[in-house]
Write a protein that binds this ligand. Structure first.
Ligand code: UTP
Length: 456
């Protein structure tokens, strides 16, 4: 017999079909499903089911003013001052790295957590290793400890934990690497009912990158940061190995503005590139999602012919620790995404739907920005900071990402005075201290005639 309080919760939230389904299951399967169901917060389920059945795009916007952006072309003096401030913050041990890796990586279709994917063009290093080594290199440069936090989800947490263990935390100390798992939420059908992923399991998925605030709090990371004196959280997505995991310049702009949350943007490749844009709507600075803008709005131009919404968000932020705690306690909005979700029907058959039959509910990390004091929006260079791994092939794929990594490293070598052929395959380990003397000592002033070089 199903526990009556569980049955009551299911009934009151419109999940009567699950009560009926439970009554038909074998005891072992019923117990497994009941265990999962007992873990849900039914007040939240009631709210989510109501949101999930609403029709239409949730926040489409009309014409709005683009947000003020700190452009790439600002004075060298300003850049120097900000970098100095950011470097001081790093040196004083107040900055932590935070890599979000709780997504499902469904578009990439890799069998494992996306962060374990091998991306180094020559080394084959994983996405996690690259972020960990960038953090380690910065820590060594300044003789400080930089804690490294990773957001996982309930499904990939164990695999990520053992990946870090097996690889000796990529040179970071194990006590300075803290994983925290985000919540999973049930998805709904168009009538607000749970979807069965298997006869003994309701379909659940991670609660979006906006689940990061709650995950940091519930996983003890915010308390750990407070104990260590961390004030600034450098938030990056695991699938962008080009971005500095911690960028002293960005930290410096954030600190100087006394901001609660800052963001990086770059010039969109074209008006239809699928990036959110920053805008002022009803007096608030926020990210307007790509899907909430009409095509006409995306293509809007100013009198001088330039694109009106020219900057796209790359989901890189600095977040104040105290602000993150506040955001863990406020109710950021939920958004609905319609997806194709395979399910089992009442006869226990697995169905691969052709249409989008399910509605996932997620929170977005950037929904905190309207609540932030003095949010900074800073432009960065695409070539230096953005090459996400999203798709198996084509745009934003491992191939485009590796090309971008090699092109960046060729430019870095050329800037250090090395003669670099255009087509040479290059990879510079984050742990390699790239300076002119090192290169000269290693006899690397001219690479012509070579077809690849890996600097470790
Ligand atoms: P994306 O939204 O691009 O998705 O996540 P994804 O999960 O990597 O891949 P798809 O959409 O299933 O193909 C951007 C970043 O946000 C993290 C991801 O791990 C990635 O680093 N993320 C996303 C989370 O940590 N949790 C989430 O719930 C969603």
């Amino acid at each position: 017999m199903t526990d009556t309080s569980l049955a009551r919760n299911l009934e009151r939230t419109g999940q009567g079909h699950i009560v009926e389904h439970l009554s038909k299951l074998e005891p072992a399967a019923r117990e497994r499903l009941e265990r999962q169901l007992a873990g849900f917060d039914y007040d939240l389920v009631a709210r989510l089911a109501e949101i999930a059945v609403q029709d239409g795009p949730d926040r489409s916007v009309d014409d709005f003013e683009p947000a003020p952006v700190l452009p790439l072309s600002r004075s060298a003096e300003r850049v120097r001052a900000a970098r100095r401030t950011g470097t001081e913050a790093v040196k004083s041990g107040t900055v932590a790295a935070f890599v979000v890796a709780g997504g499902q990586g469904s578009r990439l279709g890799y069998d494992g957590p996306k962060g374990c994917y091998s991306i180094g063009p020559i080394s084959g290093k994983s996405l996690f290793q690259i972020h960990a080594e960038k953090t380690l290199a910065l820590a060594r440069r300044h003789g400080v400890t930089i804690p490294f936090y990773v957001m996982t989800n309930r499904t990939n947490d164990a695999a990520i934990r053992s990946f870090f263990e097996q690889n000796d935390y990529f040179g970071l100390e194990s006590e300075n690497v803290l994983l925290c798992s985000q919540r999973m939420l049930p998805a709904f059908d168009k009538n607000g009912r749970f979807i069965l992923a298997a006869p003994d399991r309701v379909f659940v998925s991670p609660d979006g990158h906006g689940g990061a605030y709650h995950a940091l709090l519930a996983g003890g990371a915010l308390d750990d940061m407070a104990r260590r004196g961390i004030e600034h959280i450098s938030y990056v997505q695991v699938d962008n190995p080009l971005v500095p995991t911690i960028d002293p310049l960005f930290i410096g702009e954030h600190v100087q503005a006394e901001s609660d949350m800052s963001s990086k943007v770059l010039e969109k490749r074209d008006p239809m590139e699928k990036l959110g844009v920053f805008g002022c709507v009803d007096g608030e600075l926020r990210v307007i999602e790509y899907s909430d803008m009409s095509d006409d709005l995306k293509r809007a131009r100013r009198h001088d012919g330039s694109l009106k919404y020219r900057y796209g968000s790359i989901a890189v932020h600095v977040i104040g620790r105290r602000f993150a705690r506040r955001m863990a306690e406020v109710n950021l909005p939920f958004h609905v995404a319609r997806k194709r979700i395979p399910y089992v029907n009442t006869d226990g058959e697995r169905i691969e739907p052709e249409k989008r039959n399910g509605r996932k509910v997620e929170r977005f990390v950037f929904d905190a920005i309207p609540l932030a004091r003095n949010p900074v929006v800073m432009e960065v260079s695409r070539a230096d900071e953005f090459a996400p791994v999203k798709n198996a092939e084509g745009d934003d794929s491992p191939a485009t990402c590796r090309d971008a990594m090699m092109a960046k490293d060729r430019r870095r070598l050329a800037r250090a005075g090395v003669n670099v052929p255009d087509d040479i395959a290059v990879e510079i380990s984050p742990l390699f201290d790239l300076n002119t003397e090192h290169l000269a000592a290693a006899g690397l002033s001219d690479l012509s005639g070579r077809d690849r070089i890996y600097l470790e």
